[in-house]
Design a binder for this molecule. Structure first.
Ligand SMILES: Cc1ncc(C[n+]2csc(CCOP(=O)(O)OP(=O)(O)O)c2C)c(N)n1
Ligand SMILES: [Mg+2]
Length: 327
C-alpha cells in the first residue's frame, strides 16, 4: 500500500462512545441543533448570505459516513453541514467558517457550501463535485492507497450532464466511488416528478455501474444497508450508486419553501430524530440532548468572538491549514 494522501486523525470513526444507537443519536442531534441555531442567527440578522440545512436528512450522513475509514474521501454539495459534522465532528470550525471568520475551516472564504478539511471537500455547483470525485478516486488508485471516495448528490443534480460523463468514466476506468443520491423529492422548488425522467437506478446501471435504492429516514435501516455497499466498493474497486429516498423537512435555503404544507406536515412523521430517540432510554436521550446543547452553546459563543479575516489577505491563496478551534 502506498502512503495515504492527507490521512488525518480519522480513527475517531472507530471510537463509538456508548452504543451505536447513542452515538448515532448524538451525531444526528448535533446536526439538527447546529442547523437550527444557524437558522435562528440568520433570522436575527447576525448571519447574512445563504445556507442550506439538511433537517430531516440527518440519517443519510450518519448511516453512510460512519462506515468510512481513515484515508477515505468525502465529497459533498451545497447541503453539506450534516456530512461534514459526521466526518469531522468540528462544529466549532464550521460555525466560524459560516460566520466568515478567519479561524473557520477555510479562513472564512468558503462559507456554508465550500469546505475543505482533511479529506472532506464540498462545493455548491450542482454536479461539479462528481467528476472531481472520480478523478480523486483514480488518484487514490494510482497511489494504491486502498481508499474509497464517497460523493453525495441530490435528485435534481441528476439533471446535470457532467454527472453522466463522470459515471461513464467511473465505470470505464473502474473508480472506487460510492455515489450516494439523496433523493429528497425536490430540487429547490421543483418536485422530482417534474425534474427527472425514467429511473435513477436504471440510469447508473446503463453505465454498467451496480446500483440500488433504499427508502428510509431511519438511521438503523440506512446504516446496515450501507455496510455491505461500502465494503463492496472497497473490495471490488468498482463504482456503486445508491439512492436514499428521503425528505427535506426544512425549506430549501433559509426561507424559500414552495411545497404544499400538507405534504411537509405528513412527512414529519418520518423525522429521523424522534424515530431514534424513542428507542433510547429517556434518561439517556435527555443526557445526550443536554450534552449537545452545552457543546453548541460553547461552539457558537466561541465562533461569534472570532476575528474576521484581514481584507488585505483575501485574494492570497490559502495555505495548508490546521485550524485550532475550540480544542
Ligand atoms: C450548476 C448549478 N445550477 C444551479 C444551482 C442552484 N441550485 C442550488 S441547489 C439547487 C437544487 C438542487 O437540488 P438537488 O440536487 O435535488 O439537491 P437538494 O437541494 O434537494 O439537496 C439548485 C438548482 C447551482 N448551485 N449550481
Ligand atoms: Mg433534492
Amino acid at each position: 500500500m502506498g502512503e495515504v494522501r492527507r490521512p488525518g486523525p480519522r480513527e475517531r470513526f472507530k471510537e463509538a462512545s456508548g452504543t451505536h444507537r447513542e452515538k448515532f443519536y448524538r451525531q444526528m442531534r448535533l446536526i439538527r441543533d447546529f442547523e437550527e441555531r444557524l437558522l435562528a442567527l440568520f433570522e436575527d440578522g447576525v448571519l447574512t448570505g445563504t445556507t442550506h440545512a439538511c433537517i430531516g436528512q440527518e440519517a443519510d450522513a450518519v448511516g453512510v459516513i460512519n462506515h468510512l475509514r481513515a484515508g477515505d474521501v468525502v465529497f459533498s454539495n451545497h447541503r453539506c453541514h450534516g456530512h461534514f459534522l459526521v466526518y469531522g465532528d468540528r462544529p466549532d470550525l464550521l460555525a466560524a467558517e459560516i460566520m466568515g471568520r478567519a479561524t473557520g475551516l477555510v479562513g472564512g472564504r468558503g462559507g456554508s457550501q465550500h469546505i475543505c478539511y482533511e479529506n472532506f471537500f464540498s462545493n455548491g455547483i450542482q454536479g461539479g463535485i462528481v467528476p472531481v470525485s472520480v478523478g480523486m478516486a483514480m488518484a487514490e488508485e494510482f497511489h494504491d492507497t486502498g481508499a474509497i471516495i464517497c460523493v453525495f448528490l441530490g435528485d435534481g443534480t441528476l439533471g446535470e450532464g457532467v454527472v453522466y460523463e463522470a459515471l461513464n468514466m467511473a465505470s470505464l476506468w473502474s473508480a472506487p466511488v460510492l455515489f450516494v443520491v439523496e433523493d429528497n423529492r425536490w430540487a429547490q422548488s421543483t418536485p422530482v416528478e417534474k425534474e427527472l425522467a425514467g429511473d435513477m437506478v436504471a440510469r447508473a446501471k446503463s453505465f454498467a455501474i451496480s446500483a440500488g435504492e433504499i427508502e428510509s429516514t431511519d438511521v438503523e435501516a440506512i446504516y446496515p444497508h450501507f455496510e455491505t455497499l461500502v465494503e463492496q466498493v472497497r473490495s471490488t474497486r468498482r463504482p456503486h450508486l445508491e439512492v436514499i429516498h428521503t425528505y427535506r423537512l426544512c425549506h430549501h435555503s433559509k426561507s424559500d419553501d414552495m411545497r404544499p404544507r400538507e405534504e411537509v406536515e405528513a412527512r414529519k412523521e418520518g423525522d429521523p430524530l424522534p424515530l431514534l430517540r424513542g428507542r433510547l432510554e429517556p434518561s439517556t436521550a435527555e443526557k445526550i440532548d443536554e450534552e449537545v446543547a452545552e457543546r453548541l452553546e460553547k461552539t457558537f459563543g466561541w465562533a461569534l468572538e472570532q476575528p474576521v479575516p484581514d481584507p488585505e489577505t483575501l485574494i492570497e491563496p490559502l495555505k495548508e491549514r490546521s485550524p485550532e478551534g475550540l480544542r
